[in-house]
Design a protein around this ligand. Sequence first.
Ligand code: FES
Ligand code: MG
Length: 594
Amino acid sequence: MTRKKTDLRSRQWFDNLDDPEMTALYIERYLNYGLTLDELRSGKPIIAIAQTGSDLAPCNRHHIELAKRVRDGIISAGGVPLEVPCHPIQETGKRPTAMLDRNLTYLSLVETLFGYPIDGVVLMVGCDKTTPALLMAAATVGIPAIALSVGPMLNGWHKGKRAGSGSVIWQARQQLAAGEIDTEEFLQIAASSAPSVGYCNTMGTATTMNSLAEALGMQLPGAAAIPAPYRERGQMAWHTGQRIVELVHDDLRPSTIMTREAFENAVVVCSALGGSTNAPIHLNAIAAHLGLTLSNDDWERLGYEIPLLVNLQPVGTYLGEDFHRAGGVPAVIGTLLRAGLLPHPDALTVTGHTVADIYRDARIEDEDVIRTVEAPILPNAGFLNLGGNLFDSAIMKTSAIGDEFRKRYLENPDDPMAFEGTAAVYDGPEDFHARIDDAAGGLTADTILVMRGAGPLGYPGGAEVVNMRPPSYLIKQGIRTLPCIGDGRQSGTSGSASILNAAPEAAAGGPLALLRSGDRIRVDLNTRRADMLVPAEEIDRRRAELEAQGGYPCPQSQSPWQDIFREKVRSFEHGATLEGATRHVAIAAKHAPR
Ligand code: FES
Ligand code: MG
């Protein structure tokens, strides 16, 4: 069904018969590179291709190629494509953090989509923060939108073994610290994990968020897992271009797809994937921009008891190509559906059909890469949401608890699933790197490493630094993991079972600021608590002392945006969204542009 052309918001620019002068002004400049009056005035939907790929953003750079196929698809369906640049976000290249820029890309895309003659948008997503940034913008603006992943890199290989993005670096840095390899080999190992265009080939934040964009219903079925260089990726780009034109004609908007039910489905899928601890931050943020509330309690309640099905690094064995060949996201959703584990089979997707319709028959092609519900990697794979006197909320990825950690800390018959240790406290990653290998530091297997000053305010955006390695002298003794707690984040490519994203953060006055090296900490996963074993009077005394000193010291902002971000940002549990921004939901339907 094609709507009347006056329905399209681009008509307010290009075909406003009440104001031909303004129409002339708006339209003439778009002609100057070859668009015709017919294209702009014949009622064709104007479709933005929100481009996140560039030389600065290598994970998404292949979108420059894919956009050509998206254009072809848009034109073949009767739309007019306009490729628009997004502020770049490169996870590993941006200082101080890529997370600082998620909200900046979000804000700038909102202004772009709202303020220009655009009827629908293809969100070219991939590298970690690009997916949430673009979905958040689509939520705020509320015009029809569809996501397209750039896809993961091919599998990396080093000495005959799969070398996964990020994960191989976290492992090799222990070898480097133990003196088993030199810097040159360290760099060679890192390079081996990045063999082609595309994003991280592990189950890091990129694979997680792109899979969840599909689970939310915002990508075409199967679009998340196809490796970037595969021919199906270009074909998917064409289909995506076609579909967005239909979405505009059908007026199917993000709020109809990304419902509360869709988010609950995505939380369950995240557990089955063994997804990144960044997922709660980003999904809570996208939900907030739709006027919905998704909390860390929801993550534990809906996700904790879901089995881990996907055997990908860092927790498992395989990489992105294997995931795709084993059936990708459709096989995971199909498996969850048939087991009755997906809470809302009737949620709608951008196909116009329900999740059940689309995925009911999707089968696993390789049961070692994607396990069945009967033979999962782990029975309970979701996040725990911890509280206590150190923070109100912090996430622990239980699927990342390795054998060494489980045996040493969680299998004490007198105190199962609980442990105590002595805090070694670091104020930011620079402090950690400067002091961790200091032999006089006296850390032992009983140490709990604590990172603070690394949250949204403290290290603006929130640094991925909570997954700390033990000191080299302990690694040489065979202790390769210590419990970590912190108000920062950790890379999704790290297999560390850290307690992270702690809110409120030290820089916002959270109790982590009161902790001192040498304090005892007790973590009890049964009661979901982490506490400093410090008397209440002593905690009060330390708080008074800290306040007298002006609070927890925060490094100065280095740029205007860092200042603005720090004035507005909310905690990780609130998705690190900007204060006030979530008041504006679906603005294109509410306001005609002035
Ligand atoms: Fe960009 Fe991992 S660094 S996807
Ligand atoms: Mg990351």
